[in-house]
Design a protein around this ligand. Sequence first.
Ligand code: PLP
Length: 407
Amino acid sequence: MSNWDVEKIRRDFPVLSQKVNGNPLVYLDNAASSQVPNIVIERGSEYLKNEHSNIHRGVHYLSQKATTAYEGAREKVKRFINARDVKECIFVRGCTEGINLVAYGYGRKFVGEGDEIIISAMEHHANIVPWQMLAEEKGCVLRVIPMNQRGELIIDEYEAMLNERTKFVSIVHISNALGTLNPVKQMIESAHKFGVPVLVDAAQSVPHSIIDVQDLDCDFLTFSGHKMFAPTGSGVLYGKQELLETMNPFMGGGDMIRTVTFEKTTYAGLPNKFEAGTPAIASNIGLGAAIDYLNSIDRQSAIAYEHELVEYATEKLSAIEGVKLIGTAREKASVVSFTIENVHPHDIGTILDQQGIAVRAGHHCAQPVMQFFQVPATARASFAFYNTREEVDVLADAVQKVIEVFA
Ligand code: PLP
C-alpha cells in the first residue's frame, strides 16, 4: 500500500468515528454522497453564524460579505477545474440540474427533428431522461453507445455513430453503477471532428480524478458538491463561454435579468443568466471549502490509494464463492458492484447495515445497466480516500456471512 496517512485523513471527517448498530461505521456509499470534512462544516457554521444574508442585491455589510464568499467559491471552482473564466462556472443544485440546464438551454434551441444525440449504455438516469424529454418534444433521435460484458464502451461503435446529423454527445466520465472510467478525452476529440459539442457527466470523476476542462476540451462538464465532500445543494455546470452565451436561460426570475418591463426582459450576462432566484449560498460556500480541503491534500497519492483499495476489494470479493462482480472494466475507479447468488441485493444491504457497513443496494439510477447485465439490482461498495484496507476486510467477512445465512 502507498504511504497515504489514512488515519490522519480520517480525523478530518468526524462522522466516521461513530458506531452504527454497535459496530464502527464502515462507510462505503461514497458514490451516493461522500462525507464532509471539518473545514467544510466549520466554514458552513461560520457563514450561518456571522455572514448569512442574501447575495448580489444588498448594499449592506452582511450581503456584501456573503456575496464575496459566494463569488470567492466560484473563483475556487474556476481554478479547481481550470476553466478560463468564472463566467464559465454556473452554480447549480447538482449534476442533474446541470444536465437539464444544457438539455433545455442548448438542446431546445439547437436540436431539431431528425437530429441525433448520443449518450451511452451506462448513463445515470440524470443523463438519459433529460435527453429523452428533449427527443419527445423535438422529434430528435437518441442513440446509445453499446458496452461489452466487462462494462466498457465500444468506442469503434461510437466513432461509427457520429455523423452530420449528430448534434450533441453527453457522456459519463466514471460510471456510478460499474466504476468504468471512460476515455472521454478521445471521445470529445472524435465528436469535435464533426463539430459536435460534448457534455461530460463528471459526478463521479471530480472526487476521484484531477479534472482540467481545458485539457479535456469538453464543451460542458457538470458535477455535484455532495459527492466531493461538500454539502448537498451545491454543484457546478461548466460551459464554454461562447456556447453559454448563445443558450437560452433555463429558469426565469430574480438575479438573471438586466431589465424587466411587461413588454420585454433582457438577460444578465454570465454566469447570472443561469442562476435565477436565491441560490444555495451556504452550500456553495461549503463547496469552496471542500475545494480548499482537496487542494490541501496530496491528490495524486489519494487517487493512487483509492485505486489500491478498489483493487484490493475486487480481489477479496471475487475470491468469495457465490459473489459475482458487475463491471470489470480495465480502467476503473472507486466502485465495486456485485451480486450474490440467490440473495437479493436489498438483503445484502440490510444485513451489512446491521454490522455497521453502509453500501448501496439497488439499480443506482441506472436501470438500463441492470437490464444489460440481467440483474434486478446490485450491491455497491464505493470508496473514498478515507476508507481503509481493514474496512475492505470487514466488508469481505460480512459478505461471507451473508452467504452462510442464505446457504
Ligand atoms: N451522474 C452520475 C454518474 C451520478 O453518479 C449521479 C448521482 O449518483 C448523478 C449523475 C446525479 O447526481 P445528483 O443526484 O447529485 O444530481
